[in-house]
Design a protein around this ligand. Structure first.
Ligand code: CTP
Ligand code: MG
Length: 379
């Protein structure tokens, strides 16, 4: 048994403005129809995809993709679906997922859920409860409609190839959706949880709503910088980037004074626009006395994760005359990579002197600067 997907993209999009049909407008980095196409194309359970295009549309940039058939649509949506079904090389009990190109927010998990629903049902579709009050206008005025038995139905809708092909080829009707074509057959329909991201772009304002829902307006990368200084005090070691380095002095600070991890933590807060180290860990709070700065860094990383971001790479520069950082650089990178759960090649640690100039040149303390790049966490 195979799984085929049909994406209907042959409509004129008359309810939005402009001459380009809505499914060919740009949303984020790509055209609207490409969002679902990419998800279906990379889904391990989907064998073939039929993209139903307006006959005028030359789709040469995607026509040579593996698993992809392109066919021309018809005057109505149901006719476009018929054309798609006819172009498939499918068996009666193969599964067909029929999807509107104008619904870009398709998630891989929803495709899997639809496919597994057909183990016990004839057809399946994503559905959402109606949450607004519903009224019917009649001559007598407004009348309440009980919404508790009502659903908003989205696509993809899943069918057995034999059943949906027979139902649509028996008539030339244009159905409100594909489920309506098999309604009279008494088919068992499974409704699975839909999602607002699957709503259809119908009107011009839906482009703004979808841009927000799919979070495509914002950059996929965030960058922050951090800088920190600690002065020397009597002691026998310093701790930089989680690594104890023997030295004839120590760094003064409320916590363990890990100047490298403080700079990195501040860079992460910076990328998230969440203030600085002092906001999150006030030096006035006795709780942080002699604290391991790994706690600060872990906290910044978990705030990033909660906001949907993860550290992609960082570059830390330690500025001092002494101690010599180079012999400890590998250990410092390893400690940082372990804490951030990142491969070593994403962690750069460098060191420089200031040629005897300034407070670091006078060996009064150590400075560090860091840059952190965050990328979106995979969904
Ligand atoms: N569709 C199609 N062939 C048609 C009509 C519609 O392939 N003859 C597709 C649209 O491209 C869209 C989906 O069916 O992806 C849902 O239809 P709808 O939202 O109604 O799109 P349009 O018909 O293009 O828009 P409108 O009704 O506003 O003109
Ligand atoms: Mg239409």
């Amino acid at each position: 048994m195979k799984v085929h997907a049909i994406i209907v993209a042959a409509g004129k999009g008359t309810r939005v403005s402009g001459s380009t049909p809505k499914q060919f407008r740009t949303l984020g980095q790509r055209q609207v129809f490409e969002w679902s196409l990419n998800v279906l194309h990379t889904h391990p359970e989907v064998d073939t995809i039929c993209l139903v295009m307006p006959s005028s549309e030359a789709a040469t940039h995607i026509a040579d993709r593996e698993k992809l058939i392109i066919t021309a649509g018809g005057h109505t949506r149901s006719q476009s679906v018929r054309n798609g079904l006819e172009s498939l090389d499918a068996q009666e009990d193969d599964i067909v997922l029929i999807h509107d190109a104008a619904r870009p927010g398709l998630a891989p998990a929803l495709i899997s859920a639809l496919i597994s629903s057909l183990e016990t049902a004839d057809a399946a579709a994503p559905a959402l409860p109606v949450t607004d009050a519903l009224k019917r206008r009649s001559d007598a005025g407004l009348e309440n409609v009980d919404r508790h038995e009502l659903f908003r139905i989205q696509t993809p809708q899943a069918f057995r190839f034999g059943q949906i092909s027979a139902a649509l080829s028996n008539t030339t009707d244009d159905f409100v959706d594909d489920l309506a074509a098999i309604e009279s057959l008494g088919a068992k329909v499974a409704l699975i949880d839909g999602d607002r991201t699957l709503d259809k772009i119908t009107y011009e304002k839906d482009f703004d709503i979808m841009t927000q829902l799919l979070d495509v307006g914002s950059s996929p990368v965030r960058v922050g910088t951090g800088f920190d200084v600690h002065g020397f005090e009597p002691g026998d070691h310093v701790t930089i980037c989680g690594t104890k380095i023997p030295h004839d002095q120590a760094l003064a600070g409320h916590s363990d004074a890990d100047v490298g991890w403080h700079a990195l933590t501040d860079a992460i807060f910076g990328a998230l626009a969440l203030g600085d180290l002092g906001d999150h860990f006030p030096p006035s709070d006795p709780k942080w006395k002699d604290a391991d700065s790994g706690i600060f860094l872990s906290h910044a990383l978990s705030l990033a994760a909660n906001a949907g971001w993860q550290l992609d790479s960082c570059d830390i520069t330690i500025i001092c005359e002494a101690p010599k950082v180079k012999p400890h650089r590998q250990a410092m990178r390893e400690a940082t990579a372990t804490l951030a759960q990142l491969p070593l090649d994403r962690i750069s640690i460098k060191a420089t002197t200031t040629e005897g100039l300034g407070f670091t040149g006078r060996k009064e303390g150590i400075a560090a600067q860091a840059i952190a790049t965050l990328c979106r966490k995979p969904a």
